[in-house]
Design a binder for this molecule. Structure first.
Ligand SMILES: N[C@@H](CCC(=O)N[C@@H](CS)C(=O)NCC(=O)O)C(=O)O
Length: 224
């Protein structure tokens, strides 16, 4: 059975778990990283020499880097659906997946770290505002792209929606300023109708480090 190594509250692991769920794959979650440790073991180094999560094992095959894993799972188990057959459509999916990690991920994850993962008395509003402003500026590109489109590539859901959908949930649920982004909001609303998104992405992540930590520890019952 497919093994996913990681923890259910990690920003880089969530896209992999969501992908497996969208594809209807049976998988075993092997808890690793954060409160669950394991990354410094010799066994884990054979799966991911970077000692980071996520990583997968699919039979004898190991793979790391979250978006490489999303692409692999979609190519192997979702060819023609989550992984478009048409080379140009697939290239557009790849383009937005690259963009999600090189442009959108950092400002949004910083908004998350400077709020939820920072104690309220240690938060710096100027820093939060600066990341929120960077995120808004980057997301304005995506906002324009979604004009007249239901999903990232076309009118059907593909692997390109996955990393951006994970970023969107963080973006819309942290305590920070956001401009109106009607196309992104409508797309986010469409994703919110998907059971696998509700279950694996739309998880309450707390409002401060203690709450976040308690939720992460409680998620131990989802894996082994
Ligand atoms: N580019 C990598 C980044 C992986 C990464 O930064 N993973 C973090 C978690 S989000 C990690 O392993 N941190 C150590 C830990 O969780 O203990 C990917 O997308 O897979």
């Amino acid at each position: 059975m497919l093994e996913i190594w990681g923890r259910p509250y990690s920003s880089n692991v969530i896209p992999v778990i969501w992908t497996a769920a969208e594809l209807g794959l049976d998988y075993k979650l092997k808890l690793a990283g954060g409160s669950f440790g394991q990354l410094d073991t010799d066994q884990y180094a054979t799966i991911n020499p970077n000692r980071m999560i996520p990583a997968i094992r699919d039979g004898d095959f190991s793979l790391w880097e979250s978006l490489a894993i999303v692409r692999y799972l979609c190519a192997r188990y979702g060819a023609g659906t989550l992984c478009p057959d048409d080379p140009q459509q697939r290239a557009i999916a790849d383009q937005w997946m690259e963009w999600s990690s090189t442009r959108a991920f950092t400002p949004v994850i910083q908004m998350f770290f400077q709020t939820v993962r920072t104690a309220p008395d240690k938060r710096d509003q100027k820093t939060i505002n600066a990341h929120a402003s960077d995120a808004a500026s980057v997301l304005s590109i995506f906002e324009k792209h979604l004009e007249g489109r239901e999903y990232v590539v076309s009118d059907s859901f593909t692997m390109a929606d996955i990393p951006l959908g994970c970023i969107a949930y963080r973006y819309f649920n942290v305590d920070a300023a956001r401009p109106d982004l009607p196309n992104i909001e409508a797309w986010y609303e469409r994703l919110s109708q998907r059971p696998a998104y509700q279950k694996h992405v739309m998880r309450f992540f707390g409002t401060n480090p203690e709450e976040w930590q308690a939720l992460e520890i409680a998620s131990a019952n989802e894996g082994e």
